[in-house]
Design a protein around this ligand. Structure first.
Ligand code: GLA
Length: 658
């Protein structure tokens, strides 16, 4: 199977989306010159080129792309070639309106922006396949081709009649009989029983709350329908070039695609990361997405897109202060990225993204952004041979699952304030601030390699997942589980007792009497900390250790955090310090160690292969104590005892011994 290693060849890929169709050809030579100057070795071409390649149905205009592929090759720059199927040209929607998605209320999502396609439309799929076929045939032997990039950030949703027919086929595959579907969807409730397959619809706008099991299946279906579009194009390009790896870029922690299922279909897992430069925890967000992507890739991954400066889609779009782009880019490398790429090479002068930064901004080659890009390019070239292809070891796993997310975030639940991604982020933050290397895993995965498994919040757990967790603890592992977990089964049916009996036995919970969600901003006092968002009225088994009890409110005196042997249950969301202390304690008991002890606040340490990365996310200069005789790969200087890191400073250390 081809991999990122084949494309990277001992380097870190550096570059970005290149949209030369927006520019006159005389700019292209200048682009190539400046790319060389910046150390760019990879560009992504063609992402939004459908209308340029196929200006009218069946036409093919490849001449311009031929010239670009040759130009890039002449400059030693590899091409990540995209199938341009994310944005069909206007002629498609005008001639074939059934390719346009429909919203939940039946209104049409028109062309004039991008991504206006229905994943279930046979017409869209036919045109996309034909174009992919011709593109793959034309460039299969081109020496610049390094990676195939299918589509872009698959994210469309559609509720049209064609989707309805496709949804029914998917449901037949899942349930076989209508009786099984009625049972799984609980259609005895509110007189929703289906008498014929043709009655079943995607969950369209309705009078009141929709059937949650139907909504859950529709989310599963939509992810699968988009995945079919991906695999259809992937199979075409792979037939032409079995040696070239294939990817599609994910949005980070995006609910529309089950990235566990998707990444299994990719040779290279890639992601687009856009933290807010003003977020004081932007570094933690990056670390979380990097850990997640590396886990999905089971190895090195590709940072397909990030911004060198401001984006244009937040309310207020802040630039990156000097050094921040470098810090976050090197952080991605530390956490396993073998590619550091951007949206986009040259900032657009027209269109919706003309205020979105590029590697080369409106300020041009004299601009600060480009100056910083050049520095980064040179440093990545230094780092490549030392780091490319190597791994990041972790002793702690965080469990994450799309089914649970989809089922948990619906109408009609105890608290609409519970935000799945925020809870995952809180738990990852606690581990990140504690200095532990973490992986993400799905609940059914083999967990035996981990000393600690953390479950921030998994509302839905399958029987297999529950058995897996129980077996993990029996096998010697330590499990820490957050609130409102193990509540529903695979069909979003509440487990008897409100939490699966196997889990209650594992944590030593005799009875779960009630869930007591908290109001926005409210807190509940517990022994030694304050909890937010949620609390639970639990009755423990006599042999269960109550680690902390609730101190005020209706639940005063009842257990908040409890433990039975190697299994902990945390029935609220402790504040950041408390969660960190709790997870720290469990990790230490398990023999898991932070990457480097005694770090100043805001400093992150990551080991990748032989290298120790130190990254300063704090505001000021800090001195970090380091063990042994080391050398900083970036400066070539010897480091003994301490290393000083300025604001946004980074050191990449390796043993000075020969
Ligand atoms: C996404 C898309 C790009 C671009 C950027 C802007 O990542 O893939 O085409 O729109 O967002 O941030």
């Amino acid at each position: 199977m081809p991999s990122l290693r084949d494309a990277a060849r001992g380097r870190i890929l550096f570059g970005g989306d290149y949209n030369p169709e927006q520019w006159p050809e005389e700019v292209w030579e200048d682009d190539a010159r400046l790319m060389k100057e910046a150390g760019v070795n990879s560009v992504t071409l063609g992402v939004f080129s459908w209308a340029k390649i196929e200006p009218r149905p069946g036409a093919r205009e490849f001449g311009w792309l031929d010239r670009l592929m040759d130009l890039m090759h002449a400059h030693g720059i590899g091409v990540v070639l995209a199938t341009p199927t994310a944005s069909p040209p206007p002629w498609m929607g005008a001639r074939h309106p059934e390719t346009l998605p429909r919203s939940e209320d039946g209104s049409i999502v028109w062309y004039g922006s991008r991504q206006q396609f229905c994943a279930s439309s046979p017409v869209y799929r036919r045109y996309a396949a034909a174009l992919t076929e011709d593109l793959a045939a034309r460039y299969a032997d081109h020496p610049a081709l390094t990676v195939w990039h299918i589509n872009n950030e698959y994210c469309t949703h559609c509720w049209c009649d064609g989707t309805a027919a496709h949804f029914r086929r998917w449901l037949r595959g899942r349930y076989d009989t209508l009786d099984a579907l009625n049972e799984a969807w609980g259609t005895a409730f509110w007189s929703q029983r289906y008498d014929a397959w043709t009655e079943i619809l995607p969950p369209r706008t309705a009078q009141y709350m929709k059937n949650p099991a139907q909504v859950l299946d529709f989310r599963r279906f939509t992810s699968d329908a988009l995945l079919e579009c991906y695999t259809a194009e992937r199979d075409i390009v792979a037939r032409h070039t079995p040696q070239i790896p294939v990817t599609t870029n994910f949005m980070p922690l995006w609910s529309g695609q089950d990235a566990w299922a998707w990444s299994a279909q990719e040779d290279v897992v890639s992601v687009d990361i856009y933290p807010d430069p003003r977020d004081p925890l932007g570094g933690q967000y990056n670390a979380m997405i990097a850990d997640m992507t590396r886990s999905q890739a089971a190895g090195p991954w590709m940072l397909m897109e990030q911004a060198a400066g401001p984006v244009n889609w937040r309310g207020v779009n802040h630039p990156k202060p000097e050094g921040l782009n470098r810090l976050w880019s090197l952080q991605a490398v530390a956490r396993g990225a073998d590619a550091v790429c951007y949206f986009q090479w040259r900032q657009s002068r027209q269109g919706s993204e003309k205020f979105h930064s590029g590697m080369l901004t409106h300020a041009g080659e004299q601009g600060r952004t480009f100056r910083e890009i050049k520095r980064l390019g040179a440093e990545l070239a230094l780092l490549g041979p030392a780091v490319s292809g190597s791994g990041v070891a972790a002793e702690v796993a965080v469990l994450h699952d799309w089914d649970s997310w989809w089922a948990g975030e619906q109408e009609g639940r105890p608290s609409s304030l519970v935000d799945y991604t925020e809870i995952v982020r809180s738990w990852h933050r606690a581990l990140w601030e504690g200095g532990f290397a973490t992986e993400f895993a799905r609940p059914e995965a083999d967990l035996s390699q981990f000393k600690v498994v953390a479950v921030p919040h998994l509302y839905l757990l399958t029987d297999a997942a529950i058995d897996n967790l129980v077996a993990y603890v029996r096998g010697g592992g330590r499990l820490v589980c957050g609130f409102f977990s193990g509540v529903a089964d695979v069909d979003d049916r509440i487990r008897p007792g409100g939490m699966d009996a196997r889990l209650r036995a594992l944590f030593g919970i005799r009875t779960l009497h009630e869930w007591w969600p908290l109001d926005a901003g409210a807190a509940v006092e517990c022994d030694g900390f304050r909890g937010g968002l949620w609390s639970e009225e639990l009755e423990a088994e006599p042999d269960t250790e109550v680690v902390a009890a609730y101190r005020d409110g209706e639940l005063a005196g009842l257990p908040a955090v409890l433990r039975r042997g190697r299994a902990w249950y945390v029935s609220t969301l402790p504040g950041p310090e408390a969660l960190r202390a709790l997870l720290d304690g469990v990790a230490r008991e398990a023999g898991a160690e932070p990457v480097l002890a005694g770090l100043p606040p805001g400093v992150e340490a990551v080991r990748r292969g032989e290298l120790l990365f130190l990254l300063n996310h704090g505001r000021g200069t800090v001195a970090v104590n380091v063990p042994g005789d080391l050398a900083d790969l970036l400066t070539g200087r010897a480091v003994r005892g301490t290393v000083e890191l300025g604001r946004h400073g980074v050191a990449v250390l390796r043993s000075a011994a020969p």
